[in-house]
Design a binder for this molecule. Sequence first.
Ligand code: GLC
Length: 667
Amino acid sequence: MKNILCFICSSTMKPSARFLISRTSKSFLGSAKHPLRSNRTHSSLANTCRPGPATSIIPPPPPPAARFIPYRLMSTVFRPGFASPSIAFANRGSFCVASRAVVRQQHSTSVETRVNENNFERIYVQNGIAAEAKPLVVERIDKDENIREVVSVEDGSAEEGDLNLRNPEGVEIVSPRREESDIEKEAWKLLNDAVVRYCGSPVGTVAANDPGDKTPLNYDQVFIRDFVPSALAFLLRGEGEIVRNFLLHTLQLQSWEKTVDCYSPGQGLMPASFKVRTVSLDGDKTEEVLDPDFGESAIGRVALWTLGLWWIILLRAYGKITGDYTLQERVDVQTGIKLVLNLCLADGFDMFPSLLVTDGSCMIDRRMGIHGHPLEIQALFYSSLRCGREMLTVTDGSKNLVRAINNRLSALSFHIREYYWVDMKKMNEIYRYKTEEYSLDATNKFNIYPEQIPLWLMDWIPEEGGYLIGNLQPAHMDFRFFTLGNLWSVISSLSTPKQNEAILNLIEGKWNDIVGHMPLKICYPALENEEWRIITGSDPKNTAWSYHNGGSWPTLLWQFTLACIKMGRIDLARKAVSMAESKLGADRWPEYYDTRTGKFIGKQARLYQTWTIAGFLTSKVLLENPEKASLLFWEEDYELLEMCVCALSKTGRKKCSRVAAKSQILV
Ligand code: GLC
């Protein structure tokens, strides 16, 4: 086996690529020259739904030129005579069987692959037809913990639904208790029309579905982040299948092996989006494949960190709303959670508990000066750590990870509450900061020069209320207000109860700036003139008060609604929702609005943007069912506050912050 793998890895794959090119239709071949497409884990992995014949379950590494290769062709080349799962991924000699439900094969077999000395995985697929309820056993030695974990899951009814083909007609809309308004009816219809099917099953929704748009770019794909409000709308209407399918399919697309070179995604990274493509086979046959995009085709070419985090958040929501916890308990799903969290918790060149990321690696997916430790990432990171703690099955193999999660939760909340928070009192402190302090007791811990306090903030900071700033790192505070990060801090209790209240007070007090004519502004204020030129790189889409640069995004409405319900401010949510309701339909559900108060439809905004539609519907349902909202947010975790957040305290290098963390709750 090792020899075979060595051969595969060192052969540079040219023969196989030639073979595949000669046998596959041009329609599914990508550019051979594009460096980002070479040696890719997934785009060439042809997640296909058509059962293959008895062939290998070790596909070769993807040839550079071949994208969307029907699995059967790849496997036939390399391992004739073995059984084949219909969905499998290859990456430089490693492989994964992504789901038992798609394993259709005749033979029992066992395959091992040694990726490197530290990372060993063995997957047995025994008589692996899922429908026949055979067990999948994954034996895994966790790289971080060096603990062998053998997990076995019996295929039972819970697994039978995996990627199943039930309900091929589409998603059923269950009527709500009352007569819906016309606008709601239209929204449900549009949402239903946006559903994407893969092999007959609903698996997601397209980002935008404007019949008049002849250049949809990648908006005809299923975006992981964009699907979250759609998923919630469906779940709240009692429709779980599409969400379950989505969660399992995206799990299959997750990157499994860390390869830092050749532009491959890191282990645990989730794709930004995927597309169902129909590819031609020999003769006039076709089959459907899932083609993921990890950011290598997207306009900004960034790997988007938040997608794994959104996936985990949605997984928890699925369990909470449907009561079906079997999904999160599955061994492959547990491994998916671990991969995402391991990736986030990996050591890097950083000493802060917050995540260090590149610019544009979140909802704002192009250059906007948010590299470093942007709030949105930290809030979603914190939320998914809380989800992970709830969902991970504690075993010998996962206990170290659970410990790491607890430590990080504690440290991260202290860090954000203490250092990201600004209000009148804190601004006064910063204004009078001494700089160049050398000691462990420094007050100005990040050596912030007060001169960087922007002029707008001096006027804007209210007497009451406060918010978490957009970014913090040495000598740098980004004082812009970023809505998503602040809302998720409220929802996840990353910020203290008092801070949560103050954030909503600030939004209420600054209604014209943050809500204006359309809820809600993605950030405030916009970058203008020279700042815009330098920070965005003269991005014509991100001009002042447009798109990511101070544009207004109706999809933020559901998160605002959730935060308001949590904090007992239903009045604010109602006001925002009714404003959106009066305009969105007439404006044809734009992606975003422009101008300082969100008056105009965004100059390049897509119409019939699905997360605009779904965000509106989810808000409506949540307002009517606040008890459901409580399944989606977190209260303060007092146990976390009991934990020492300062690992260095024992060494005497630094004062323990526990008292400080606790005191924030008590004040
Ligand atoms: C834009 C947004 C991104 C969204 C995508 C699809 O690129 O910045 O957050 O996921 O459109 O709607």
